[in-house]
Design a protein around this ligand. Sequence first.
Ligand code: GLN
Length: 446
Amino acid sequence: VDYYLGNIERQQHLNAFLEVWADEARAQADAVDAKRAAGTAGPLAGMVLGLKDVLAYAGHSLQSSSRMLDGFKSLFTGTAVQRLLDADAILIGRQNCDEFAMGGSNESSYFGPARNAADPSRVPGGSSGGSAVAVQADMCLASIGSDTGGSVRQPAAFCGVIGLKPTYSRISRYGLVAFASSFDQIGPLTRSVEDAARLLEVMAGPDGMDSTASQREVPPYGQLLAPAGHYRIGYIADAINSAGLNPEIKAALEGRLDHLRGLGHVVEPVDFHYLDVMIPTYYILTTAEASSNLSRFDGVKYGYRAPDVTDLESLYKKSRSQGFGAEVQRRIILGTFVLSANYYDAYYTKAQRVRRLIKDKTDELLRQYDFLVLPTTPTTAFRIGEKQDPVSMYLADIFTVQASLAGVPAISVPMGNDAAGLPMGLQIMAGAFREADLLAFATELV
Ligand code: GLN
């Protein structure tokens, strides 16, 4: 704990942590030591973790990096976090992220951007940016983030660490601040596949507090990491040949595919022709869900309340106008629009249909192949302030939203650095609930 606290202290310029729980973490460490001496320590004893600022932990501030939740402290602990504590993990602090997890660069945070440790003039990715930097720069052993459309995988790729988005419903969402409820999943950011497996094993499983959490039994992921011989691997040809893909990422990915062929796996191109509809579909559905989920932040029940209001209407308007940042307001307005009576069928219903097509095709490919491989991101980490246009930011999610729309698990593993020393990520998708295979295969690629 002292080692990580020192690293946090020395690297404050990276703006990874919003709050550090130094005394509590030391006390937890002492308690774990005592349990260890007594032979009763849990499976995560000794793991020092950071939590993205979207995870409820009783008595601790929870702000989703938003002014809207100024001063708010959680009244309860979410299921995943409680399971980590019960397994004797040590929680060291609350990590910076995009406001309400909306973004891909951590720049929409009310607390300012986190910075990439490989080049602090560049973004760490987002929305779990602080969580990725914290692992990259050794400020904690692993972080717990959330992934709606890539928010664990993309920052993992930009920071050279591992990021896992489990199957939708594998981990309870109870105590995760909702962004888009039919997409949101909690996921770990780690330095090793083994740690990702351990954390998943502890957090996953049925939960009486989230009726959408899967009832399926949780395999002992940590003990199933031996690759099972030769796999059938598909790579999405349209992704590798897409015009926006950075040539160094393309070359690195082709190198990995050759490597896999050399190991005896079957590696084949597959057709998947929905790339161009992926971003519109994702942004219609997630903004619709977000506009509904964020209606609870009204200036009355939580956090920020505007001063100088005259009546209820102005309380709502002023609190929401001042409490939410520009990106969150943009999404609430867009989501409200696509759900409005005259446009519902043209946008929302249509996007639901397209989601189904994407899911069916993805599931079909994942029956024909054990895994689908594609880049995690089209580029390496960009400069802070470089992407001013929201659409260009959205387009950067092109490769991560497929797994989110389809609800299947996906992992980003490091794929070396480009010539400028910036990390690149390789993404692997598997069929629903095939995390054990996904993690076993990932061990061959790191
Ligand atoms: N970048 C995507 C977005 O802005 C993903 C965010 C996320 O997964 N939370 O919606």
